[in-house]
Design a protein around this ligand. Structure first.
Ligand code: AMP
Length: 135
């Protein structure tokens, strides 16, 4: 069965997209740890990071680097975590490789606590802000 991220990629499930290439997509996490929490997903569905084609990981990293720069710039050069939960014991819930970019401030909790659902309107506004910093 296709993962929820494959459904987002094919367009059968909505998302608040930041950007995409032929091989990757970036969209906002629906249950953000912080404003700007962004997911970076390879379009080819692979469950585990080490099972990806190495060439695809190189492409993914270039895309991740570009989006991370835009997310940080969008919030005044904010600090951030880049996290990849690989496998259930590592906290992976969606079995389709993805990186999280999570903005962090002094007041941030360090783990996935204090989250609440964001409205599509709030997410759209945030996505617009990040897109301005894409180059
Ligand atoms: P992980 O625990 O690393 O597998 O993270 C999966 C992430 O996907 C979680 O932070 C979820 O909030 C997020 N997520 C699940 N479904 C959606 C969706 N439809 N749109 C955006 N983010 C989602």
């Amino acid at each position: 069965m296709a993962s929820i991220f494959s459904k987002i990629i094919e367009g059968s499930i909505p998302s608040v997209k930041i950007d995409e290439t032929e091989n990757e997509i970036a969209f906002l996490d629906i249950m953000p740890c912080a404003e700007g929490h962004t997911l970076i997903v390879p379009k080819k569905e692979v469950e585990r990071f080490e099972d990806m084609d190495p060439q695809d990981t190189a492409s993914l990293m270039v895309f991740l680097h570009r989006i991370a720069k835009a997310v940080s710039s969008a919030f005044g050069g904010v600090d951030y975590n880049v996290i990849l939960n690989n496998g259930v014991q590592a906290g992976q819930e969606v079995m389709h490789v993805h990186y999280h970019i999570i903005p962090r401030t002094e007041r941030s909790s360090r783990m996935f606590g204090n989250r609440k659902n964001a409205s599509t309107e709030e997410l759209q506004k945030t996505a617009e802000q990040i897109r301005k910093f894409l180059n």
